[in-house]
Design a protein around this ligand. Structure first.
Ligand SMILES: C/C(NCc1cnc(C)nc1N)=C(/S)[C@H](O)COP(=O)(O)OP(=O)(O)O
Ligand SMILES: [Mg+2]
Length: 563
């Protein structure tokens, strides 16, 4: 057969930089999967379910910049909506592609399988997708496919948000014209020159006359394109001021840099970062997100006038500037901003003395603190560390990242279980990096199946499974019987995933010594994942979690405003 709609989609995905794409087959997408598989530049990766499929694509987009997830209608897509929501809230261009009903069925008022059972009405999925993507299209006939596919891909790439493309099962193999130059889809939109200049002038005005400026780094810096973090570094060094980082942005500013002053997270900040942030009289907020979790239940919102530098606009007390790209603005500002290291000088006076964590005896019962100490010990320039929603967030914040180490966290969406499939997707794109996951037992139970994919693809991912017997974050926010879970034999589970040929290893660590030994086994295992079940006491949680949980619970409990 000649060139088809499926070939067009495959070629465009390859051209925008998708290589691995994540799929679960279903009779609405089988022909489409054939076409994608036939493209030599694409590698098709089957997942155990569509939630994991979409989360693997979310993780792949963190590594690759853009990703694709291909599912069947409704029963597949509605599960994949969860990873799509994650990509939306984490600013990642995940392309969700769903097979759809044969184009003849609507007009014949047919009731179809996998749908809600309304005769002829299958439009509800597109409507739902519109809410969680920046662009959602359903191809009605082959002639419309090129225009709609290009539109959806361009929208996602420019907005750093997911897009949705629905391809009816009888159109994937339908004849289609070939695409024009890919630049029509991928060419970036530069800043508006006047707005860029005016914004930079206002920034100098905003900073002029201030005595103690700081920079606060937020998670959108990591999503604003490859040159954004370099531009941030240049601006920071041009100013010489203290640079604090929000928890969701950990790793987006080098932690060994002399101007790094820690994670600003209110009362659970690290390295006294909150002291210097509250001492400042001017703050450049670069890519920041102030939500209930990052402000510790609204108790840690900076109370001075801010200059906010977002992915495509700049706002400050005097004005708003649209279409100003983050990296271009930072670069321009770095060129003429005044040097002012007052906050660094002051920080030098209040920086806490470094502590050397206690090294317990080998046979000491394993603790959260010891697990974190040993995890710190294996971090290297090639490490990519995924920290899962749970006390793992707080353990992760205590780590000091070596130069080159990368850190992945999902603090906006916060879907427990994200880290297992997301790290799987990420590791396929970065086989040269050492991917490590720190995940709690409750989270692990949500998406554990994807460990079998790590076995299948022989990915040497290290999984530190923190077994504290339940949902400890929830215990600290608000306890109840529902926070208890059925314990698994996690180390043995890996044997089940191995079957006859797998090379994964599963170990349990009850003591400091057993963990140290297991870490060595993990470092040696290059042919598959190594899961280390770290058994700790169910109340062995970080003090930061307890403090943070107290204020988040208070925020959740605010009484309804009297009408
Ligand atoms: C149940 C829930 N959050 C609510 C929740 C429920 N469902 C989804 C999909 N995402 C969520 N965040 C959370 S944070 C658990 O404490 C996680 O437990 P676990 O993985 O075991 O970690 P900790 O023990 O360190 O808390
Ligand atoms: Mg737990």
């Amino acid at each position: 057969t000649g060139y088809t709609v499926g070939d067009y989609l495959a070629e465009r995905l390859a051209q925008v930089g998708v290589k691995h794409h994540f799929v679960v087959p279903g009779d609405y997408n089988l022909v489409l999967l054939d076409k994608l598989q036939n493209n030599a530049n694409l590698i098709q990766v089957g997942c155990t379910n569509e939630l994991n499929c979409s989360m693997a694509a979310e993780g792949y987009a963190r590594a690759n910049g853009v990703s694709a997830c291909v599912v069947t209608f409704s029963v597949g897509a509605i599960s994949a909506f969860n990873g799509t929501g994650s990509a939306y809230s984490e600013n990642l261009p995940l392309i969700l592609i769903s097979g759809g009903p044969n184009t003849n069925d609507a007009g014949q008022h047919h009731i179809l399988h996998h749908t809600l059972g309304h005769a002829g009405d299958y439009g509800y999925q597109l409507e739902m997708a519109k809410k969680i993507t920046c662009c959602a299209v359903a191809v009605p006939r082959a002639a419309e496919a090129p225009r709609l596919i290009d539109r959806a891909l361009r929208a996602a790439i420019l907005a750093r948000k997911p897009a949705y493309i629905e391809i009816p099962t009888n159109l994937a193999g339908a004849a289609c014209v070939r695409p024009g130059p890919i630049s029509a889809v991928t060419a970036p939109v530069a800043s508006d020159k006047d707005a860029l200049k005016a914004a930079a002038d206002c920034a100098s005005q905003y900073l002029g006359g201030k005595l103690k400026p700081v920079i606060l780094v937020g998670p959108k810096v990591g999503r604003a394109g490859p040159d954004a973090q370099q531009a941030l570094l240049r601006l920071a060094e041009a100013m010489g001021c203290a640079v604090a980082v929000q928890p969701a942005a950990k790793g987006m500013f080098p932690e060994r840099h002399p101007q790094f002053v820690g994670i600003f997270w209110g009362q659970v900040s690290t390295d006294a970062a909150d002291s210097i942030v509250h001492w400042a009289d001017a703050m450049l907020c670069v890519g920041t997100v102030f939500n209930d979790y990052s402000t510790v239940g609204w108790t840690a919102i900076p109370d001075i006038p801010l200059m906010s530098i977002d992915m495509d606009h700049v706002t400050y007390p005097g004005a708003h500037f649209s279409r100003v790209r983050l990296a271009e603005f930072l670069t321009l500002l770095a060129a003429d901003v005044a040097f002012n290291d007052t906050t660094m000088v002051e920080y030098g006076r209040l920086r806490p003395d470094p502590t050397t964590p206690h090294t317990p005896e080998r046979d000491a019962a394993l603790t959260r603190r010891e697990m974190t100490r040993q995890l710190q010990g294996i971090l290297g320039e090639d490490t990519s560390l995924f920290v899962e929603t749970g006390d793992s967030w707080f353990n992760g914040m205590q780590l000091r990242l070596p130069a080159g180490a990368r850190f992945e966290i999902e603090m906006q969406w916060g879907h427990i279980g994200w880290s297992v499939p997301a790290a799987f997707g990420y590791a396929l794109r970065h086989p040269e990096r050492r991917t490590v996951i720190m995940v709690g037992d409750g989270s692990f139970q949500v998406t554990a199946q994807e460990v079998s994919q790590m076995v299948r693809w022989r990915l040497p991912i290290t999984i530190l499974l923190v077994n504290n017997k339940g949902y400890t974050i929830e215990v600290e926010i608000h306890d109840g019987a529902y926070n208890k879970i059925k314990n698994w034999d996690y180390a043995l589970l890996v044997q089940a995933f191995n079957g006859a040929e797998g090379k994964a290893k599963g170990l349990a660590a009850n003591t400091a010594g057993e963990l140290a030994d297991a870490m060595l086994v993990a470092a040696e295992n290059k042919d598959g994942p190594t899961l280390i079940e770290c058994r700790i006491d169910q109340d062995d949680c970080s003090r930061e979690l307890i403090t943070w949980g107290h204020f988040v619970a208070a925020a959740n409990a605010r009484p309804p405003r009297q009408a």
